[in-house]
Design a protein around this ligand. Structure first.
Ligand SMILES: Nc1nc2c(ncn2[C@@H]2O[C@H](COP(=O)(O)OP(=O)(O)OP(=O)(O)O)[C@@H](O)[C@H]2O)c(=O)[nH]1
Ligand SMILES: [Mg+2]
Length: 217
């Protein structure tokens, strides 16, 4: 599929010491493992979701993305693919390392404009999703919820699922975008956010750092 956007993998990081210097605006993508983060990036850029011309690597196997990946989009902003959480086979030590890396990313970032928090439209959000949302709220990082795999529920059932997510996450309808990589629903709405946040004079409203943590207490 042709696409007017340019995109390239700019940087892959496992450790905070390797984080690139902040320059352009960043929009980060977080969510449970397998929720569709890498697929969202490919779909936004008109790449095949899974095929060999995909940009971000996707998989049936949860836990595919273990690093923080910066994608340079249109020479204007970065989409940042964060490693997924809640993968059952992850050890305690790996979880702690994950939390450390993610927190280092969030703490570092004055370039971070917004986080897209992905949840599966079919399921109640998990404890991890709620902890992540609390954390982002505590640090006053703007968040949009993306309800992925919207093609997996019928048109009739979709509003009910979105209501369930609004209640569980305590957000309004306007803060959730249903999205499908198959039928491309939500694509335009997500691009509107990227265009706003990714422009050099776009909103920047990161607040004071709060006392919150992604680590188990
Ligand atoms: N039907 C459908 N399947 C999707 C959609 N988005 C993602 N998937 C599938 O879900 C699986 C996981 O997608 P990924 O994009 O790899 O998920 P991820 O969040 O990057 O996972 P990790 O890298 O493990 O954290 C793949 O098999 C995708 O094809 C969607 O909108 N609709
Ligand atoms: Mg991934």
């Amino acid at each position: 599929m042709s696409n007017k956007h340019t995109a390239s993998l700019f940087k892959v990081c496992g450790k905070q010491s390797q984080f690139p210097e902040e320059s352009l605006p960043e929009i980060a993508i977080v969510g449970k493992s397998n929720v569709g983060k890498s697929t969202l990036i490919n779909t936004l850029l008109g790449r095949s979701a899974t095929g060999k011309n995909g940009l971000a690597r996707t998989s049936q196997t949860p836990g595919k993305t273990r690093t923080i990946n910066w994608y340079l989009i249109d020479e204007a902003f970065y989409l940042v693919d964060l490693p997924g959480y809640g993968y059952a086979k992850t050890s305690k030590a790996e979880q702690a390392a994950w939390a450390g890396t993610i927190e280092a990313y969030f703490r570092r970032s004055t370039a971070l404009k917004r986080v897209l928090l992905l949840v599966d439209v079919r399921h109640e959000p998990g404890e991890n999703d709620l902890v992540m949302l609390d954390y982002l709220n505590a640090y006053q990082i703007p968040v949009t919820i993306i309800a992925t795999k919207a093609d997996k529920v019928t048109r009739n059932r979709l509003p009910g699922h979105l209501r369930m997510l609004c209640e569980a996450l305590e957000v309004s309808k306007e803060e959730i975008i249903p999205f499908s990589s198959l039928n491309k629903s939500g694509l335009k709405e997500v691009w509107e956010i990227l265009n706003t946040e990714g422009s050099p004079d776009g909103p920047s409203n990161l607040g004071e750092q709060a006392d919150s943590s992604l680590h188990d207490s």
